[in-house]
Each structure stands twice: as C-alpha cells, then as structure tokens.
Design a binder for this molecule. Sequence first.
Ligand SMILES: Cc1cc2nc3c(=O)[nH]c(=O)nc-3n(C[C@H](O)[C@H](O)[C@H](O)COP(=O)(O)OP(=O)(O)OC[C@H]3O[C@@H](n4cnc5c(N)ncnc54)[C@H](O)[C@@H]3O)c2cc1C
Length: 312
Amino acid sequence: MPKIAVIGAGMAGLTCARALGDHGLRPVIFDKGRGLGGRMATRRAEGGFQFDHGAQYLTARSRGFAEMLAGAEAAGALALWPEPRERPAYVGIPGMTGLAKHIGEELDIRKATRIQRIVPEDGHWRLDWQDGSERFDRLVITAPAPQTAALLPEDHDFAEALHSVGMDPCLTLMVGLPTGADLPFVTRRAPEEDISWIACDSAKPGRPDGPCVVAQAGRGWSLRHLELELDAIAERMLPLVREIIGKGATVDPPYLSAHRWRYGLVTSPLGQPYLRDGAKTLFAGGDWCLGAKAEDAWTSGRAIADALIDGL
Ligand SMILES: Cc1cc2nc3c(=O)[nH]c(=O)nc-3n(C[C@H](O)[C@H](O)[C@H](O)COP(=O)(O)OP(=O)(O)OC[C@H]3O[C@@H](n4cnc5c(N)ncnc54)[C@H](O)[C@@H]3O)c2cc1C
C-alpha cells in the first residue's frame, strides 16, 4: 500500500483523505492547527459563547456536494439554518468544525504539526516538522496557494500557477453580548461597506445560549488594517459594528476578540481542480483552485483523490 500524506485538515484535505480512506488507503493528515476544519472554524469562549469565525454556512451548487451535506445532516453533523434565505444553508453542529470532525472520523490526523519542509528524496517525499520527519510515496498539499508555494522550491513547476491565484485577507470580529441583548437582524450582508457581514451566531441551530455576533470586515478595511495587533483590530472594528447593531448591545461586551485570516477569500482561482506533477506523486489543491466557497474546496479534494487513485 502506498504511503500517502495530506497536508491540511480543512475541507479539501479531509475530503481527499476521506475518499482515499473509503478506497482502502490509509493517508496520514498533517495540520498545523490544534483543531480540524481550517477556515471552517469554531471558537468557544467563557460565558457560553461560541463563534463560527471562518465559514458561516454552506450551500450546494453541485449534486455531489448536496448529497454530502444531506448525509452529514442525517448523521447530526449539520443542520439547516433558515438564515440567510437565498438557498438552503447548512451550519455545522455543534459548530462549523462539527462537519470537519464528521468527515475526518477515524482518519489518522496529526494535529498541531506544521510541515516546515518538503524534500524530494529518491522518488519519495520527505516531510519535516519540528520534532519529526517521515517519507511518503504520494503527497497532497491543501494549504492556501501562497502557503503551498512557500513549502515548495521557488522554481518548482507549480510556482507560476500558485502565484497566479488571488486570495484576499478577511479580518473578523467576535463579540459576546450581555444576556438578553437584542439585535435588529440575524444576518446582514453589505459587500461594499467596511463591515461586509454581520451574523448573530447564537441564532444558529444547536448553539449555546450566550448571545454573540461575528462580523467580517470588507476587503479594503481588511487590507488597510491587516498588520495591526489583534487587540487593536478588535478595538477598531467594535465601534463600526456598534454603529450598525446599536449601542446597547455592545457597550463593555463580556467577550471581544479578532481573528486575522491572511489568506481568507479567493478572488482569482486557478481555474482547474488541482495541480499534479509529471511523476503523478505530488498534488496541490484547495478552494483556491476553483472559487471562494467550501464547496470549491470539497470539489478539489474529491478530484485529487480520484486522480491519485487512478494513478496507482
Ligand atoms: C471569514 C471567512 C468566511 C467564509 N465564509 C464562507 C461561507 O459562508 N460559506 C462558504 O462556503 N465558504 C466560506 N468561506 C470560505 C471557506 O472557509 C473556504 O473555502 C474553505 O474552508 C477552504 O478549505 P480548504 O481546505 O481549501 O482550506 P483551509 O480551510 O484553509 O485548510 C487548509 C489547512 O492547511 C493547514 N496548513 C497550512 N499550511 C500548513 C503546514 N505548513 N503544515 C500543516 N498544515 C498546514 C491549515 O492549518 C488549514 O487547516 C469563508 C472563509 C473565510 C475566511
């Protein structure tokens, strides 16, 4: 059985590894994070607050993704969220990472393991991390395009394609509100404004009681404030959110924190589902191949698994 490594336990990496696992292979997944899901992220905080500070909800365009969502819903890892209403929207249960845990069930996942170097060695791929190293026959990288480029030599065959991809940052604010706080809406989208999205996350199904809000800064604001300390980002975003949702709820909030998604949203995707080297042993993919949604990451992960299995 070939030894296969997958870098990244986000939607693309987990989907790829799941499909390989279902085929009887035993991929090893590495992620630098302490949890699963990548940009499908959930944070729990004291005071009964829980925030989905990355992907907010999932919608399906393709039949395959819709079937996956329906299966996860049946397994209790997703639930329908009647907001926003443009088409059926699902959220993870108990948070967005619930879906990642469901897809990753029984897979060999090495968390908190940042791959520092990839070294081609006698037709194999050696992965180095802080206190370890291992050789694999096949390697799948699903980190965002700029991070994938950083793992490979500057003159690698993938370099031009990886550098052609555009990914924007997104600064996110998490606010825990006082008990009983009243919000004027459940979700608000305003792509052209400094605060482009606000959601009352506690209104999602299956959430703890603590009323809370997730707000995302628009592209321009995120770019202008990208390098500030997280506390400074939170301090500057809060008044903008306060202007929109009203003062009462956000004076002296019991929880306040910001998150920096440096490679948050894909603006110009590659236009094909993955990259593969000539020897068919190295693959790279993720949402950045096809678009800005978790479904794009899923499609890329599936396509890589199919191509990898095909080449065995
Ligand atoms: C703020 C925000 C809101 C969003 N809202 C939505 C939404 O509502 N609906 C939607 O469909 N999509 C949304 N998206 C997009 C969605 O989150 C992504 O398309 C999807 O999660 C990408 O999955 P991925 O597996 O391609 O990448 P990621 O989720 O980024 O996974 C890549 C993984 O690789 C790991 N990694 C990177 N480098 C290394 C390394 N050297 N060693 C080990 N591990 C490494 C990372 O830790 C990460 O876990 C949103 C994104 C953001 C940022």
